[in-house]
Design a protein around this ligand. Sequence first.
Ligand code: NAD
Length: 506
Amino acid sequence: MNELLKSLGISEVNHAAHDGAEWIETPGGDELVSYNPTTGEKLATIVQANEETYEKLLERAQAGFAKWRSMPAPARGEVVRQMGNALREHKEALGKLVSLEMGKIATEGEGEVQEMIDIADFAVGLSRQLYGLTMQSERPGHRMYEQWHPLGVIGIVTAFNFPVAVWAWNSMLAGVCGDAMIWKPSSKTPLCAIATQKIIEPVVKEHGIEGVFSMIIGRGSAIGEKLISDRRVPLISATGSCRMGRRIGEVVAKRLARTLLELGGNNGIIVMDDADPELVLRAVLFGAVGTAGQRCTSTRRLFIHEKVHDQIVERLVKAYGSVTIGDPLDPSTLMGPLIDDGAVKDYQDALAQVTEEGGEILCGGSPVEGPGSFVQPTIVKAHRDMKIVREETFAPILYIFQVSSFEEALEIHNSVDQGLSSAVFTNNLLTAERWLSPAGSDCGIANVNIGTSGAEIGGAFGGEKDTGGGREAGSDSWKVYMRRQTVTINYTDDLPLAQGVSFDID
Ligand code: NAD
């Protein structure tokens, strides 16, 4: 078996449910095999969880929550600090596993683990800053304030493309907020989840907080559905496709619980005639080709001003020709494989539709012969009536539109259903400010002279419209993991009512 897997505690056959400290024996479900997308070879097998195992895990999570919620938040922060340190120690190995199982290149794999460490650091500071407001009461001798309490056992559903960072974005914050959590990772990247649990296990054991950081692997349609319909779970934080988000949104809304939805994007960059072409080229290349186009924030649409259109397109096509495609763990590789052959088929189907709808493939356009799920990064000359440009195809396909003004670009940019990340490249202050004004970009993330992908954890991350409206990571995103309580204290011998209402008995 692969030495890297062994070093991270992964066996030939693995269990699917972990309460933070130990595995639940006989998980009871079907076998799931994890494959290496670079070679198509089997990495390891997982015995998935059945509903009975889910019940056991949920009971442990409830017991874990009952203790954890009463621990002072800065003490919870200390636990998270130690988890961040455990991740620091395993950064290289876990990063490599992300590359091995998901296919992103080594620097991106390690970058993903760095993001986990960063959010752990952020959460440690936050553990002393879960501030509430105080209000001026209208009644004499009364004091009003808001306090924030832990919410409960929350569900975290994650996508394959950030197989470990999205768990950390949620769990490090939810952890200091006092929640217990059950993580359901993507069935396409189960080993990354198992390795993460193994890394935090010593910290969980040392603090006796079993049940707080739990994980379960099972089908979305079985264990996933069980989790989202469970009335004991007051928040479902789910990252994935818009289709999945619609289903989760509906099920959770029916039981009047909370969702944090981080769904698909269709991210665009507008390039004006006064933009710095060097910045544009680097940003577009990283945004569209990085992670083989499998980031929620990948650049999928490029609107180029007609005055610079031809020169930018020519340089981009040339740059695409020198992208090295291959083993993501080889340091000279810039683009690894897609996650599986299903993703290669989605890429081919999208390009067939491009041709049907009158788009022109300027470079790329085919899968790469040989083992593994490799495709060529592709540039398409597109027009606004094409339906395929309105969809998120999770592959390195970039649609280019020639535009004659900022207004035209903005109008097409905002016309799609998704609203995650967006950028303008310009050296004109007025254009930049229009882009950022209420009538500008309609996305959750709007950048100037920076591409669409590669967000920092300090800001609130998420998108509008079909992207789901959720916010994770920095700023005040922590509030979704807590319940707000408004408190009024009367320190007089009287009982005045608000709004001057009188209700006295003679
Ligand atoms: P996916 O929707 O196929 O699966 C995501 C997760 O949802 C998986 O864990 C899956 O098992 C689970 N799931 C599916 N149906 C479920 C159900 N009925 N109940 C409970 N869980 C269910 O997505 P994917 O292919 O893994 O990831 C790619 C998608 O994720 C893209 O659309 C991408 O844009 C999006 N994404 C968004 C963000 C963001 O922050 N906005 C970040 C990463 C990925």
